[in-house]
Design a protein around this ligand. Structure first.
Ligand code: ATP
Ligand code: MG
Ligand code: MG
Ligand code: MG
Length: 439
């Protein structure tokens, strides 16, 4: 992408309305624009990151054997009357009436709708296990939308629903989700800690939230200092291997890690004092096992091997896809701007032309751009006529992991400069070497 032809409306000034760094940087880097309280347009740079996050979520869900579909944003109120949540959900639900006076709502979540799909099409235990998910916009009329996409009213969520015959099978689905989420966050370069949680309006006895440690997080968190160091790494996971999946969950949940909602001071004090950590965290996902709460209320049953009919065992499992952009920036930035982890960066590398219009420099930049493209890397090429300082400031602000700087002086010596955004270190090398290093 050539910057001269792109749409990157960066702001020079700090927007006054942004209270936390991720919101400030997303506005300054031209990623989002607020259209109403808690409702945003995703400008091209922000949209690229959003799609990368979605892509990682899809890939890891596929690995776990979960199946994507797409449900609508608008739902009929009648489904929610069946579960009893139409009245219970309260003011966070945006209620709408259509021209025929039918009550509708903008979905805050999809348990009712997926249960309706299930009961219409699944009859037998032989069709289980089944996990269906979608990535779709949600609306919750939050009393205090704030911090940009972190607490929006319209936000993008991955929500998955598992259906199983027995409680034991359903707990395996729960564990599978936990492991797939650990891998999803790790691929984004994030440490998200599973913490035992309280269940809230979805209901259920087994539930964990995934929290990214950050000072600006809305939850208070208490954890053993050894927890953030736990990593899945690149170990092979067989999602059908119940014992292996359960052992990974055990590894990640046996040390103390809880939010204020479930914190137990007496248990916490059993940890040696030097390992007791208290901090703040951002909730980027949550998994629930809730058994037959919805299937019983809505008549979603399956025939068992002995011919009986039982309500199906369910769980629901969510990832805050749009909130993740905020969490990623809270965890990865410095005074100059964002520092994207490689897994989610909007472009893998930027090219800065120090002397636009100089035939040799332009040709070297074009050559570099093409060589990167040949390796499958789409560079963001700053081909505008602007001061070097301004170009560097923009690159630093938008946070691409690598910058290749090309100018007449270096070219005379056969070198370009490769700069790592995270460490700030620069090194001179041939253009070929720079391409090889970035690839
Ligand atoms: P919170 O405690 O922050 O209000 P929640 O517990 O109500 O979130 P869930 O029902 O668990 O949210 O939804 C799954 C995920 O969707 C959350 O873990 C979070 O990452 C994300 N999410 C929830 N509400 C919002 C929101 N208003 N804006 C952006 N993301 C959200
Ligand atoms: Mg909420
Ligand atoms: Mg919550
Ligand atoms: Mg939650």
């Amino acid at each position: 992408m050539r910057l001269s032809r792109y749409f990157l409306p960066v702001l020079k000034e700090n927007p006054a309305e942004a209270q936390i760094v991720s919101h400030r940087l997303m506005l300054r880097a031209g990623m989002i624009r607020q259209q109403a309280a808690g409702i945003y347009s995703w400008l091209p740079l922000g949209y690229r990151v959003l799609r990368r996050i979605e892509q990682i979520v899809h890939e890891e869900q596929a690995r776990a054997g979960h199946i994507p579909l797409l449900m609508p944003t608008l739902q009929p109120a009648d489904l929610w009357r069946e579960s009893g949540r139409y009245d219970d959900y309260g003011q966070e639900m945006l209620r709408i009436r259509d021209r025929h006076d039918r009550d509708m709502l903008y979905g805050p979540t999809n348990e009712e709708m997926i249960t309706d799909i299930f009961r219409a099409h699944v009859e037998s235990y032989k069709q289980l296990p089944l996990t269906l998910y979608h990535i779709q916009w949600k609306f919750r009329d939050e009393i205090r939308p704030r911090f940009g996409v972190m607490r929006g009213r319209e936000f993008l969520m991955k929500d998955g629903y598992s259906f199983d015959l027995t409680r034991e099978d359903a707990l395996h689905a729960y564990n599978r989700h936990m492991v797939s989420y650990l891998r999803t966050y790790e691929r984004m370069g994030l440490t998200a800690i599973p913490m035992r949680a309280a269940s809230g309006p979805i209901g259920g006895d087994n539930t964990h939230e995934f929290l990214v440690l950050a000072e600006t997080g809305e939850s208070e968190v208490f954890y053993d200092a050894r927890v953030p160091a736990l990593k899945l790494g690149d170990r092979a996971v067989d999602y059908d291997d119940r014992a292996q999946v359960a052992a990974i969950c055990e590894e990640f949940t046996s040390l103390y890690a809880r939010t204020d909602e479930t914190h137990d001071a007496a248990l916490f004090e059993q940890i040696p004092e030097e390992r007791r950590c208290i901090g703040r965290g951002i909730e980027v996902g949550q998994i629930f096992y809730f058994g037959t709460k919805y299937s019983e209320a809505m008549g979603a049953t399956v025939v068992t091997p002995d011919g009986a009919r039982v309500p199906v065992e369910m769980g629901s499992h969510g990832i805050g896809v749009s909130r993740l952009l905020g969490a990623l920036i809270e965890a990865n930035h410095d005074d100059r701007g964002i520092i994207w982890p490689e897994g989610v960066t909007p472009f893998p590398v930027g090219i800065v032309n120090l002397k636009q219009g100089d035939a040799a420099t332009d040709a070297a930049c074009e050559g570099l751009y093409a060589a990167l493209a040949a390796r499958g890397l789409e560079a963001l090429y700053d081909d505008r006529e602007d001061r070097a300082g301004a170009k560097f400031a923009t690159m630093d602000l938008i946070g691409l992991p690598w910058r290749i700087t090309v100018g007449p002086r270096g070219l005379a010596n056969g070198v370009v400069e490769l700069t790592c955004r995270r460490t700030g270190e620069s090194e001179e090398m041939s253009a070929e070497a720079a391409v090889a290093r970035v690839a």
